[in-house]
Design a protein around this ligand. Sequence first.
Ligand SMILES: [Zn+2]
Length: 124
Amino acid sequence: MHEMGIALEVIRIAGESIPAEHAGARIERINLKVGKLAAVVADSLLFCFQVASKDTPAEGAELVIEQIPVKLYCRDCGRQWTVEEPVFVCNGCGSAQVEMISGRELDIDTIELVDEDSDDNQPG
Ligand SMILES: [Zn+2]
């Protein structure tokens, strides 16, 4: 399942992003940016995340999925615009020399930690 692979990747990256001095911290929230063309089903990804995050620092974390629109860039006239579906022709000059500059990516935007072990703060 496509979404399960993504969920595992998100959990892995999130786990690695916990700084050493916060080892043992739990992840409270992960803000994920998903391009509309990444073909991710949000409900499915949320479900996979819940299942796959068991016994990881991400267990119980809230996964917030923000969909980013598909943006195209025209190499001929420099125009940038957002499309609802992939149409790879510039809507300014009609050129086919267009590049997708956003919409396919899958980015972890921010990861928020909660430090529960505030009782073991040793002096020094
Ligand atoms: Zn153009």
